[in-house]
Ligand binder design. Structure first.
Ligand code: ZN
Length: 118
């Protein structure tokens, strides 16, 4: 019996093997291990390419842009304030979200490719 899609995606989101959920997929911030240490799923054959970056940009943009617009129209801070406040928040959100979306996109890729071990 196949694992439900929601559980597979959750495993990916939490950066564990989408097949067994027992071992970590990542060997660092974004570096992927060669294979699962628990079930030997070949992580090299699961490629997420640029999808995590696209989704990270889209999500961070959809969260930040309305907030920046609201702050601008409500308080009209100076350009200097904008330049001091928003870049660290945007970079922090982007770097925080990217590894989790990469894990989830790898799980999606694994499901699309038919959940094969190799
Ligand atoms: Zn595994």
């Amino acid at each position: 019996m196949k694992t439900p899609l929601s559980i597979t995606l959750k495993r990916g989101l939490f950066r564990t093997c989408p097949c067994c959920g027992q071992a970590k997929m990542f060997d660092g911030y974004l570096k992927i291990q060669d294979r699962c240490r628990s079930c030997s799923l070949d992580f090299d054959s699961i490629r997420s390419d640029d999808a995590p970056a696209y989704f990270t940009i889209a999500i961070v943009g959809h969260i930040i842009l309305p907030i920046v617009s609201y702050v601008e129209f409500a308080y009209s801070p100076s350009l200097k304030t904008h330049l001091l406040v928003w870049p660290p928040i945007i970079v922090g959100m982007t770097l925080g979200l990217l590894p989790y979306l990469k894990g989830m996109m790898m799980a999606v890729t694994w499901v699309i490719k038919g959940r094969k071990k190799r």
